[in-house]
Design a protein around this ligand. Structure first.
Ligand SMILES: C[S@@+](CC[C@H](N)C(=O)[O-])C[C@H]1O[C@@H](n2cnc3c(N)ncnc32)[C@H](O)[C@@H]1O
Length: 205
């Protein structure tokens, strides 16, 4: 069983670890919020998010009054529980009637959606195909699941995937099912260093 740890560091930041491996903190969250902005700018109203985490992607989506429904798939109930009790800021999000949180693997939650029902699917469950925290998440970046995502999107619907690095392999897999596949570099400053995170995007034809 995975061990989920949330702690407040000496610098005041909240840090999430799973099995001792750093997942994220609340210091540099521009790429998490940009994931949401990308699909909002494309007009998304019904969105599925893989990974609640510290809630930044979900908060950005729900801040848009035009958004009608957000389904969040979160593997670890502890994260939802800690948001509910206020350890992670976001109890207000959980009270939003447009939000549905499902504690399960994102692959099962996407598969359970009706075909052509979603304007966008936003995946931020791991660090990308080449830096996995959970070995099982390799399948999230594989052809079977990308095909399942594409089927759940309405025509012109978008799939956006957060990744620590660009991945030619993932872009190739996405291009088998989606149009206009692209990798967007998001500049970030991490402990004083200028780096990039990446958002891989594609649109259903
Ligand atoms: C990097 S965090 C997500 C960050 C989020 N975008 C935010 O704005 O805070 C990744 C989250 O995905 C969850 N997760 C990992 N694997 C998953 C899976 N297969 N299905 C659903 N959630 C998963 C983790 O427990 C964690 O909460």
């Amino acid at each position: 069983m995975d061990q989920v740890t949330l702690r407040r560091r000496e610098d005041g930041a909240i840090e999430l670890r799973v099995n001792g491996v750093f997942v994220m903190d609340d210091v540099e969250t521009s790429s998490e919020r940009l994931l949401a902005r990308h699909v909002l700018d494309g007009g998304a109203r019904r969105v599925l998010v893989g990974g609640l985490g510290l809630g930044f992607t979900t908060r950005e989506l729900l801040a848009d009054a035009d958004v009608e429904h957000v389904v969040v798939a979160e593997l670890h109930h502890e994260i939802v529980d800690r948001m509910r009790d206020g350890t992670i800021p976001g109890a207000d999000l959980l009270g939003d009637p447009r939000l549905e949180v499902v504690v399960d693997d994102v692959r099962a939650v996407v598969a359970a959606q009706p075909v052509h029902s979603l304007d966008a699917i936003v995946l931020d469950v791991d660090n990308g195909p080449d830096f996995l925290v959970h070995d099982k998440n390799a399948a999230v970046y594989g052809p079977g699941f990308v095909a399942t995502c594409a089927e759940r999107l309405r025509p012109d619907g978008q799939l956006c995937v957060w990744s620590m690095a660009d991945s030619e392999q993932l872009r190739r897999v996405m291009a088998e099912h989606l149009l206009d596949v692209d990798a967007v570099a998001v500049p970030v400053v991490l402990q004083g260093r200028r780096e990039h995170y990446w958002i891989l995007t594609g649109r259903r034809g």
